[in-house]
Structures are given as C-alpha cells and as structure tokens.
Design a protein around this ligand. Structure first.
Ligand SMILES: [Fe+2]
Ligand SMILES: [Fe+2]
Length: 256
C-alpha cells in the first residue's frame, strides 16, 4: 500500500522521462561510468536533503509554526524522494548503481543538544538559504547543457521542483530568523561560515566537461552558477534578514 501511495505522489502531474530515448550508446564505457558516477553523487545528495527535511518537520509544530508549514514541507519530502529515484534510475541506465544505501551517519541529523528553534534556524539557513537557493542556479545550467531528450526531462523536473524549494526556504527563513535573539543570531552567523565553507567546497572546483548533454558539464560552469547565486540572491537576502552574511562569506573565503 505504501509503495503504491508513494508512486502516486511521486509521479502524479510529472512527465515520465523518455528512458528509451537516452542516447548514451555513442559514448564509451569510461565516459558513461564517469557520468553515471555524477548522477550517483546527485542521488546521494537528494536522499540527504530528504533526511534533513524529515528532521525539520517534527520541529515545525514543536516551535509553533502553523500547520501550513508542515503541510507544504510534505510536498518537499516527496520531491526529494522523486529526485533521488530519478537520479538513481539515470545512473543505472548509464551503467552505474541504481540503488542507494545511506550510511548510519547519513541517515540522521545530530541535534548537538540544540533547542528546536535553533535546529530549525541552522538548517533553514544552511540547507535552504544556501543549499537550495544555490542549487537552482546550477540546475538551470544543467538544463541548458543537457540536450539529451531523457536527461533534459530529468534535469527539468529537478530544476522546477528546486525553484519551489528555494521559495519555500526564504518564506521559512522570514518566519524563523526574525524571532531569534541577538546572541542566537550571532551564533547563527558563526554557523553560516561553516555552511558557506561546506557548499563552496561541494560546488566549487574545476574540471573539464565529461558529457554536458548527459548532465556532466564543465565543473567551472556549475561553480560560476553557484557564485552568481551567492552574489545575486543569497548574500543580499540573508543580509535583509539581519544576518551579517557578507562577513560570513568573506571569512569562509579567507580560511576555506
Ligand atoms: Fe532535490
Ligand atoms: Fe530540494
């Protein structure tokens, strides 16, 4: 029953990628394996997003956020499950692994004894205001490069969902950050440096394109899209919420 319900939620209203049209046969095994590995990494990160969102949900009611927040968040959980499955299916179709086992430390989010409102603040800022807000820029780039008919649909599904997650995140941040005391805000700014370091390390770097049409463009393209989102959206929006994000970003750069 649960599997059927999940399938319904995961697929209703979404196009089915044309799996038979995946045009990977003209690439050699080595290239296909490298592209598959990229999609496996994406699947793991999508599954990890699901774990973070699932950890946030019980805290939303605990800190008194309206049920609309919990209800809307359930859509995001389903989205991340869909993304995980799509990335895995694509990895499998390219000859990679089509299933995923998260390690014990990837299946939970330690709370480090934080009260619920700070746990929510920390993960709203890092997962949404940096992670999701940056991912839309990189996914838009991926869509632009992915000319393969199947990969393009997969990338478009991911990108359109992530645009919604980006908007959800800023709405959530506007509800959570202004309620913090000054000392909590200062703590969050220190945490922000850690968040910036993490995402800059994950999304930075360089490396030649493997096969842009299959979703593996040059790393620099994605890194540039990341930096653009940081400059154009993330820093000004966090500053508008009263966080000294530009200082935090500068500190993350000095001591990466
Ligand atoms: Fe996702
Ligand atoms: Fe997301």
């Amino acid at each position: 029953m649960i599997d059927k319900l999940h399938r319904k939620i995961a697929e209703a209203g979404y196009p089915t990628p044309p799996w038979d049209a995946l045009d990977a046969g003209r690439f050699d095994d080595h290239v296909r394996a490298r592209v598959a590995a990229e999609w496996e990494v994406r699947a793991r990160s999508e599954a990890r997003s699901l774990v973070v969102f699932a950890s946030l949900v019980p805290r939303f009611t605990e800190i008194g956020l309206p049920i609309a927040v919990t209800s809307a968040a359930s859509r995001l959980l389903a989205d991340e499950a869909r993304h995980t499955e799509l990335c895995l299916r694509l990895a499998g179709a390219l000859g990679g692994r089509d299933s995923l086992q998260l390690g014990p430390d990837e299946r939970t989010i330690p709370d480090e004894g934080l009260p619920a409102h700070l746990f929510v603040a920390r993960w709203t800022v890092s997962m949404f205001c940096i992670g999701e807000a940056a991912s839309v820029g990189m996914l838009d780039e991926l869509v632009a490069q992915a000319t393969d008919p199947c990969v393009r649909v997969v990338a478009q599904i991911l990108a359109s969902d992530e645009h919604l997650h980006d908007r959800f995140g800023w709405d959530l941040a506007e509800r959570v950050i202004p309620t913090l005391r000054d000392d909590e805000r200062a703590w969050l700014e220190v945490d922000l440096v850690r968040g910036f370091r993490h995402y800059a390390a994950v999304n930075g770097g360089d490396g030649p394109a493997i096969a842009p049409q299959l979703g593996a463009p040059a790393k620099q393209l994605l890194a540039r899209a990341f930096t653009r989102r940081i400059d154009d959206v993330i820093l000004p929006s966090l500053e508008a919420l009263g966080l000294r994000a530009r200082d935090a970003w500068a500190r993350a750069q000095v001591d990466p």
